[in-house]
Design a protein around this ligand. Sequence first.
Ligand code: BV8
Length: 246
Amino acid sequence: MAVNCDIPDALIVALRDARHICILTGAGVSAESGVPTFREAQDGLWAKHDPHDLATPDAFLADPVLVWRWYRWRRDLVAEAEPNPGHHAIARLAELVPRLTLVTQNVDNMHQRAGSRDVIEFHGNIFEDRCFADGSLQVGDPTTAVPMCSECGSHLRPGVVWFGESIPEQALHESCAAASDCDVFLSIGTSSLVYPAAGLADLARQNGATVAEVNPNPTMHAGSFDYALAGNSGVVLPELVNCLAV
Ligand code: BV8
């Protein structure tokens, strides 16, 4: 049984017995790395912009210079940040269980930098440049206000999924398959407001998985989950891994 651990024993038992664990992370898992979440006020220059107004194809078409400035500001901020104990705990957890699928809504590459492999990037990756016309991966000139595609001359865009855009097919398929198959689903650091990502927990629950969230502010789904661990992921996740490793 779990010793000296605030994680419910029954959850530790479920994790120990699990054949397959699926984890969904959101911006909260990078908060302790100093990366602002979507719902926190953006600092300074961006205080007057709502991320939902900037992370759309229409915003880009209306003002590609502004949108590129926002994404380059975020790229620099993330590049300066370091993965936190929560990211490292998830990477360590993958070594302790038979199978772990990590789906992230985050575009910050932090899980990969912490050593997680085969990360499913549900909303893409902020460090990628893609052709606005055909979505192909390109390498943009970082010195121009709006980089252009060397193949077709279209604008380049950051390689993220904007509001109103479909989730990459493979990421959606693999995430739904993992949520449907897993024995335990952990929803970590997400407000669970953005779909279809927020629907993965329901899919897991409908298929009989034990579902838990880790969030200092219980979400509106907390009541329908088996466990709602109220705490910071950088504290709760290392504790959860220590309990499992006993
Ligand atoms: C789609 C990449 C089908 C970009 C992101 C009208 C038209 C079209 C679609 C819609 C529509 N109305 C609704 C929709 C669906 C829409 C949606 O869900 N909107 C919401 C606002 C209602 N979804 C979409 O558009 C998706 N696509 O539906 O395709 C389609 C296609 C065409 C037409 C119609 C439908 C695509 C959504 C992807 C958007 N891209 N990111 C970028 O990063 O710039 S979303 C972005 O916001 C993030 O990736 C993330 O997913 C989301 C923010 O959520 P969180 O990660 O949860 O972050 P948040 O700040 O909200 O919460 C942080 C949490 O952490 C908090 O709960 C906090 O308490 C907690 N926390 C804080 N500190 C800690 C902590 N937890 C743990 N430890 C801590 N230390």
